[in-house]
Design a protein around this ligand. Structure first.
Ligand code: NAD
Length: 494
């Protein structure tokens, strides 16, 4: 049985860990490895390595840091196949989708390649006689990232390239469900010329997370995962005096107006609801059908959902792979059952779907539930599986009210031919990322990613300019040449 180790100070190591947890191949349902679960002393070792590395990396030149980022970017391109296969084997998503997350994550590395521009300060000449002012941003020190299973390479890439390019060192605690790709990333950083100790990986569960949250030598924590854990991480790490980014769960609505091209909208809804088996924080889990769009839309959706090809991630003909664990499979099946009990109409039923030759795999088929209402569990809970609920609404204003009353506010979309309706919608919804005829509006890396309400705890979105701000702090320097006599009065300009 393969054992997945930690990566500390440029080398793979079991450190002092003895506890393990299984890592599965979701398409076969078989255990493929076990991953070590760190003890607090292992987190101490990683943080000590990162703190030592910060002494020189924090002082390294911008050209040295960008050189590493350019090389790292090339290696992510060169090893895309291998990375995608490893992701698919532990997460279950189809290989093309795994490539998609590698590309979107790589875009953050490309942003980090331009870090010199993002870190430019400003300069004011002669603010007083012989006095100038300039500012710049300094790194924080050791930063940590705690990441979810659903994007095992992309979400960590939202964090560490920017942290490292701005001069920090990093300790990553990836999801224990699909940890292997983080080891490959660590090796690519070494090949790219990153000094030992700048990037470290500690595998683990709550024990490792708590050790990170309390560690006195960690300056900042980035978290992406479910809302209850995001709240916990935010509270505990801020109480320990750290900067915290904490991105949580989601329930994303796509509004379809009667004037929309319904076939186009349905194609996008099906891809956004069932791609990656619905395990995306920007997945569309609720379709809001307005007025007479409803019946026809549901009919087209049902046809397209029934045509989704469910199969193993490494079969190029599969549209959708399994969900990540047996527990996730059971959660999805139960959510559809409760939806039916509470009055939703099960138009497409993905329960009990099996894949020939993969009978033990964690498969469920796509499900479409019609006439879902905001009181039902199928509306209120983040199912995080291939289940699309359809809520009927009379007007766009009613749809906006429903969206704004939802506790989550990650992403939303509107399908319409009316620019006026789209503009009004975008301005009125209390949601961080909005798509107009775009179902999954994930911003490019040079913007920042983040929801509102329970989808982002605290006030710091991730990557882009907000990422640079998060991983640095400002200094303002006031300089006088030539030196003049001191005065006892408070300095004013002259
Ligand atoms: P999760 O919250 O269970 O786990 C996230 C991380 O927290 C993992 O590293 C895990 O080991 C750790 N963790 C889990 N339970 C913990 C506990 N009790 N104490 C301390 N640490 C704990 O999330 P997941 O199931 O891996 O991922 C799916 C969730 O992530 C969904 O809710 C999804 O919406 C969310 N997500 C959000 C975004 C976003 O950008 N907002 C992006 C991706 C995923």
């Amino acid at each position: 049985m393969k054992t997945i180790e930690h990566w500390i100070n440029g080398t793979g190591t079991p450190a002092a860990s003895t506890r393990t947890t299984p890592v599965y191949h979701p398409a076969t349902g078989q255990q493929r490895a076990q991953v070590l679960l760190a003890e607090p002393s292992d987190v101490d070792s990683a943080v000590a390595a990162a703190a030592k590395a910060f002494e020189s990396w924090g002082d390294s030149s911008l050209s040295q840091r960008t050189k590493v980022m350019f090389a790292f970017r090339e290696l992510l391109v060169k090893h895309e196949d291998e990375l995608a296969r490893v992701i698919s084997s532990e997460h279950g998503k189809v290989i093309e989708d795994a490539r998609g997350e590698i590309v979107r994550g790589r875009e953050v590395v490309e942003y980090a390649c331009e870090i010199a521009d993002a870190l430019k300060g400003s300069f004011s000449d002669q603010v007083s006689s012989g006095v100038d002012i300039h500012n710049f941003r300094a790194p924080l020190g050791v930063c940590a990232g705690i990441t979810p299973f659903n994007f095992p390479i992309m979400v960590p890439l939202w964090m560490h390239p920017i942290a490292i390019a701005t001069g920090n060192t990093f300790v990553l605690k990836p999801s224990e469900r699909d940890p292997s790709v983080s080891r490959l990333v660590a090796e690519l950083y070494v090949e790219a010329g990153l000094p030992d100790g700048v990037f470290n990986v500690v595998n683990g569960d709550k024990v490792a997370v708590d050790a990170i949250l309390d560690h006195p030598d960690i300056a900042a924590v980035s978290f992406v995962g479910s809302t209850p854990i995001a709240k916990y991480v935010h509270e505990r790490a801020t109480a320990a005096g750290k900067r915290v980014q904490a991105l949580g769960g989601a329930k994303n609505h796509a509004v379809v107006l009667p004037d929309a091209d319904l076939d186009y909208a349905a194609n996008h809804l099906v891809a956004a609801a069932f791609g990656s088996a619905g395990q995306r924080c920007m997945a569309v889990s609720i379709g809001l059908a307005i007025g007479q769009a409803g019946d026809e839309l549901v009919e087209i959706l049902a046809r397209k959902a029934n045509a989704v090809k469910v199969g193993p991630g490494d079969d190029p003909s599969s549209d959708m792979g399994p969900v990540v664990t047996k527990a996730a499979q059971e959660r999805v099946v139960n959510a559809v059952a409760r939806g039916a009990e509470q009055g939703a109409k099960v138009v497409v039923d993905g329960r009990g779907r099996t894949v020939a030759g993969h009978e033990e795999g964690f498969f469920v088929g796509p499900s479409v539930l019609d006439h879902v209402t905001p009181e039902m569990d199928a509306y209120r809970e983040e199912i995080f599986g291939p289940v699309l609920g359809i809520v009927r609404a009379g007007t766009v204003d009613e749809a906006i009210e429903i969206i704004n009353a939802n506790p989550y506010g990650n992403g939303t979309a509107i399908f319409t031919k009316s620019g006026e309706a789209a503009r009004r919608f975008a301005r009125a919804v209390k949601v961080g990322m909005i798509g107009v005829n775009v179902p999954i509006p994930v911003p490019m890396s040079y913007y920042s990613f983040g929801g509102w309400k329970d989808s982002l705890i605290g006030d710091s979105p991730i990557h882009g300019p907000e990422g640079v701000r998060f991983y640095t702090r400002a200094k303002v320097v006031t300089t006088r040449w030539p030196r003049t006599q001191a005065s006892f009065t408070f300095p004013t300009s002259s």
